[in-house]
Design a protein around this ligand. Structure first.
Ligand code: SF4
Length: 355
């Protein structure tokens, strides 16, 4: 690819992103919060240009991952995350249910695959699963993996041996979000600590599972907290392979139901800065995409987002209709990534145009 020269950001001591674009995943940091905030405050066109340049140096043009999320065990959670309708203590109308059976999950996974998804994420509303829960999820992972899908699970806090058990079952990714900056964390949840989150991420890494870790914006946080979140993520060593950025869905009955929504342009800025600071991560437009509209989503893709949650429902909140997503990708000239199996059984990633 032709080398592009970019004038370094006027503020902030970090290297301009284009110089680290080809770096391995271990070379993302360290980023100071001030340096990330300086990036967030750059003129929008400069920021978008830099983010798109970094993006093109690290990913094929127009390649978008489609990931489908299924709630395999809904509601009744003992944590008090202020954004979450699945917390038992909030009256949100979410009905608690038990862990789904293997055949039920397999049907959903097959449907997701048939619709073009390449990654299937299973979410369970636990504070921390018991060993017997992990055993059952391991069965789900093995079954879904057998369909040729990448597997991801989000089950709450994990012990080291539980992470290893999931790895042995074939789990590719484990999702565990940092949610926000350490300084704002206590305003969002107080039934667990930031260090608890980091400990689980360390167990997942040690087991050899790829990390999916991001956060939520629009929870009433200040811009410095957005910068703090991105700095935390980018300074994980290595930084996460997948970085979901959620736009808070304000669910009635949750403590954050009346939080001020984030300005859509500020949301785009967060995506761009995630791309610049974590050049090789899949940056995923996650919850709250429905609220952004097509034009803002297009800006997010320009800013380096290259993964979306795909399917009509997330864990318990709405998501754009799958057909509408395919139409949008087509309209923008983007391509959905697909995974196929080589004769040796190894999964390879290819691209499929979506029409
Ligand atoms: S986000 Fe997860 S841990 Fe927090 S209340 Fe919801 S289900 Fe429980």
């Amino acid at each position: 690819m032709t080398e592009v020269s970019i004038t370094p950001a006027p503020v902030g001591e970090h290297l301009p992103a284009v110089r680290q674009a080809a770096s391995p995943m271990t070379a993302g940091g360290p980023w100071t919060v001030a340096a990330v905030q300086a990036l967030l405050e750059r003129p929008l066109m400069d920021l978008l240009f830099e983010a798109q340049t970094v993006h093109r140096q690290n990913f094929p043009e127009g390649d978008i991952e489609l990931a489908t999320l299924l709630s395999v065990k809904t509601g009744g959670c003992s944590e008090n995350c202020g954004y979450c309708p699945q917390a038992a203590e909030y009256d949100t109308g979410v009905k608690a249910s038990k862990l789904m059976a293997v055949d039920e999950v397999l049907r959903a996974a097959q449907a997701a695959k048939d619709a073009g998804a390449t990654r299937f994420c299973m979410g369970a509303a636990w504070r921390a699963p018991k060993d017997r829960d992990v055993e059952k999820v391991a069965e789900l992972v093995e079954a879904v993996k057998g369909l040729g899908l990448q597997t991801c699970a989000t089950l709450g806090m994990l012990e080291a041996h539980q992470a290893q058990q999931l790895k042995d079952a074939g789990l590719d990714y484990y999702n565990h979000n940092l949610d926000t900056a350490p300084e704002y964390y206590g305003a969002v949840v107080d039934t667990r600590s930031y260090q608890d989150r980091l400990d689980t991420l360390a167990h997942v890494r040690s087991a050899g599972i790829s990390v999916c870790c991001g956060g939520i914006v629009g929870m009433g946080e200040a811009p410095v907290h957005r910068a703090g979140l991105i700095a935390e993520l980018a300074n994980l060593n290595p930084y996460p392979e997948s970085v979901p950025i959620n736009n808070l869905v304000r669910v009635p009955g949750t403590p954050l139901a009346d939080a001020d929504p984030i300005d859509p342009i500020d949301f785009v800025r967060v995506i761009a800065v995630a791309r610049i600071t974590m050049p090789r991560a899949r940056v995923r437009l996650s919850a709250g995409r429905q609220q952004l509209g097509e034009a803002v989503q297009a800006l997010c893709f320009m800013a380096g987002a290259n993964s979306i949650f795909y399917g009509d429902k997330l864990l318990v909140t709405g998501n754009p209709d799958a057909q509408a997503d395919l139409k949008l990708l087509h309209k923008l000239g983007l391509k959905a990534r697909s995974i196929s199996e080589k004769a040796c059984g190894k999964q390879i990633e290819t691209e499929a145009a979506c029409a």
